[in-house]
Design a protein around this ligand. Sequence first.
Ligand code: PAF
Length: 283
Amino acid sequence: MPHTPAVARTLPSLHRAIDKLRARKARVALVPTMGALHEGHLTLVRQAKRRCDKVIVSIFVNPTQFAPHEDFSTYPRTWKADIAKLAAERVDLVWNPDVKTMYPDGFASRISCEGPAVADLEDRFRPHFFSGVATVVGKLFVQCRPDIAVFGQKDYQQLRVVTRMARDLDLGVKVIGITTVRETDGLAMSSRNVYLSPDERRVAPTLYRTMKACAKKIRAGDDLVTAMTEGAALISGAGFALDYFEARHAETLAPVASLADGPIRLLVAAKIGTTRLIDNIGV
Ligand code: PAF
């Protein structure tokens, strides 16, 4: 039997609901989302449930991580379907503040991150992004006071940034990264995949296929720079406008030149038509 989760929309109601969840010393997990939930998010919820007694999912499309030309106003919003999915997963609480509750009039503070946030990857193309993410995730951690927070590895740089931030600011939250959930052809699940036309959708798995082939070559001892250059050419040749295809240290995101500099993560961002896709894998 699905069990409709409680929904909090104000801070006092959130705190009352959390006090209830915490009765009898329950461990609480938070899964931060912007809604438009798909199997990838539901995997995060299941992983959260395995690790904690109670699960909170936040649904908040965060304006401060979108640039003016980006898709904040058109970002998919699917509240009814989201709640039905969370009910089926027996989520305990949904935190769904509006923009004024998250950023009241006069709001004038930002969390500014360095280290993995200035790795010359997403930050090169979306300079506003990580301070927006760090600010809202920092607020979500303080508001929900979870023991753990569960993020997908698909936004790999984001995962590194929030992991670093939670440690640096002593937020008392353990950040857990969960393996990316993929469609059967390898495309990483993303709320933005709905933007792809049928032709673009057919081409989209090229990103994953190319990363896998490059990772295999690098593991086999092929020259890393050559493998990455050939991979980049394949991605562009398939019709993508490539923002970056990079081999980086999996923790620090510093550039690497060979397997010896590892552990290595390959990260890609590319536009197909008007849709920008990101993905990554470990070598
Ligand atoms: O990955 C996302 O969906 C968002 O960046 C997050 C972490 C919920 C912050 O708004």
